[in-house]
Design a protein around this ligand. Sequence first.
Ligand code: ZN
Length: 198
Amino acid sequence: MANGGPEIEQLIQLLARLPGLGPRSARRAVLHLIKKKEQLMLPLSAALDRAVVAVKSCEVCGNVDTISPCSICSDARRGESGILIVVEDVADLWALERAGVGQVRYHVLGGVLSPLDGVGPDDLNLDGLIGRAHGYSEIVLAMNATVEGQTTAHYITDRLAGTGIKVTRLAHGVPVGGELDYLDEGTLSQALKARTEI
Ligand code: ZN
């Protein structure tokens, strides 16, 4: 139901399509933007205009940046560790960078294998990964701990078998600050399997 004209209604509908925002949150956001036209709406509109022109996908790793190759791929120090971390999405790359994982490079798959959703190997940036893997001494598979994520990790491991490149994956287990009593059985049994010597 339109309350304030088609322009406002369209804005609400577009914002409601953003992850984490439903129609209710979108209406609140739009109302806030209208009230803060000078401080928020105009700068946001200008920032969106600039981002539309500037943002591009890195031709090497699939990261988003304003240059391609991206600033991570262009940084020579990043190549020295020989570590390439494979992630499903740019959001995962950002999370690892926030965690300060060090001088590593990344490869963004753009999703995971999911036969039910019709996502096959050709739909992901897998050939790009196989093509550049030879330049690294270790490939770290940092897929989500979901069935699809692990299926994708197995697929990549198979594709890299026989190349001599070390393939590792993130440990699954007890989160930092986590209490054993609150963990689900799957996580707890994975943590026991992946135990390490102190
Ligand atoms: Zn890149």
